[in-house]
Design a protein around this ligand. Sequence first.
Ligand SMILES: C[S@@+](CC[C@H](N)C(=O)[O-])C[C@H]1O[C@@H](n2cnc3c(N)ncnc32)[C@H](O)[C@@H]1O
Length: 245
Amino acid sequence: MTTNYDPIAEQYQRSKQQPWRTHIEAFSLMEMIGDPTGLSVLDMACGEGFYTRMIRQKGAAVVTGVDLSDGMINLARKQEVEYQLGIDYLVSDARNLNSAEKYDLVVAAYLLNYSQTRSELQEMCDSIARCLKPRGRFVTINSNPGLEFPTAPSYRKYGFETSAMLPWQTGTPITWTFHLEDGPFEIENYYLDIALHEEVLTAAGFREVRLHPPKLSSAGKAAHDHDFWNTFLNHPPVALIECLK
Ligand SMILES: C[S@@+](CC[C@H](N)C(=O)[O-])C[C@H]1O[C@@H](n2cnc3c(N)ncnc32)[C@H](O)[C@@H]1O
């Protein structure tokens, strides 16, 4: 199990090809982001730049990606050499990023669920708020803080499984096992409940904090029938949060 992405950067990148990533994760996150045309955007915990590139390609004027992992940022920079999108990538801990630039929008796909405690979550949310312009927006997707992972169903048919131990309390690890053609790999993140997210985001200066379940795209409905998506949509392992500074 790891929260260090250096040794699994390339495998994580390939896990983005699983259909749920496209038809639920990317569809829901990009819909919540809306039209980024002309905006300055910071992608926190950008990984190898999956959403960083997508946001830039959809018209954002300035896009910066930040991640703790050298391995992930190396992959992101290699793709920047290939695609020449004008994205800056830097290695930094999201909790103490001191950006001179202030952004219209901060996006974070799977960052908040790396906090194990209220104080770590507060550091992340304070840092995000510092990077935003007044009235800027924050959009994030994470392990669903409203799902009891110890009793969650199997997601094996989507290409991954989750497991978590009891007691189900702040900081309990959630293990995600992704099954790729050449074998599985694991990542670990942590449970923090919905109320804690709301309290911490509010304390960081955010308002209109809203939690949303993920949605399925029409292409996803066409690709697989209702029975296939049922488990995921009835017990979503991921959830989105949006709020305003
Ligand atoms: C599940 S990956 C998601 C990557 C990317 N957002 C995506 O959706 O493809 C989580 C990322 O969070 C990064 N991360 C974890 N803790 C972090 C922190 N404190 N600061 C910055 N990045 C962090 C990891 O290095 C990893 O690349």
